[in-house]
Write a protein that binds this ligand. Sequence first.
Ligand SMILES: Nc1ncnc2c1ncn2[C@@H]1O[C@H](COP(=O)(O)OP(=O)(O)OP(=O)(O)O)[C@@H](O)[C@H]1O
Ligand SMILES: [Mg+2]
Length: 165
Amino acid sequence: MKIFIRESPKEGRLWVSVRDNGRGMDENEAAKAADPFYTTRITRKVGLGIPLFKASAEATDGSFEIRSKKGEGTEIAAMFHTSHIDCLPLGKIEDSIAALIFMNPEMDIEYIHECCSNRFKLDTREIKKVLGDVSISLPEVVDWIKEYVRNGLDELNGGVGNEIS
Ligand SMILES: Nc1ncnc2c1ncn2[C@@H]1O[C@H](COP(=O)(O)OP(=O)(O)OP(=O)(O)O)[C@@H](O)[C@H]1O
Ligand SMILES: [Mg+2]
């Protein structure tokens, strides 16, 4: 799974893309995916992940797109206008990434975040290589990941807040 975030404070835009090599969807399934009442979950009747993501992008006059191929994978991408009054803050990304890794320790997750020609990258395959037999979902490791991401993002955004726009 690949998470790609790009911020352009100058353009006032933010791009988020999530790509996987999972089971994918055919055209018909992909078209329905943004419908809150479409879900293949058996535990509940609504699926809000994609509709909420789409709505939060469109609330900023941004855009949303699903590209999927049955049996190959899916990419979900959105663009946000960050200066729009209805643009939601990204929040604590380090918590989201850490939770994602903690809940899916067997999944390979790559997270790339770009801002102002700076780039931060985290690849769980590299972390797992270093860890050897130690589980990536160990609380100490998850805490380390959280801090690593936080520090990386602070560095990425270093100075941006001080720019005159
Ligand atoms: N990455 C994906 N690959 C394949 N199918 C997907 C993917 N994402 C969503 N779908 C399909 O689209 C449906 C709707 O997705 P959505 O994320 O909106 O809801 P959900 O995953 O069912 O539930 P929730 O996100 O609320 O936990 C899913 O049930 C699944 O059938
Ligand atoms: Mg979902």
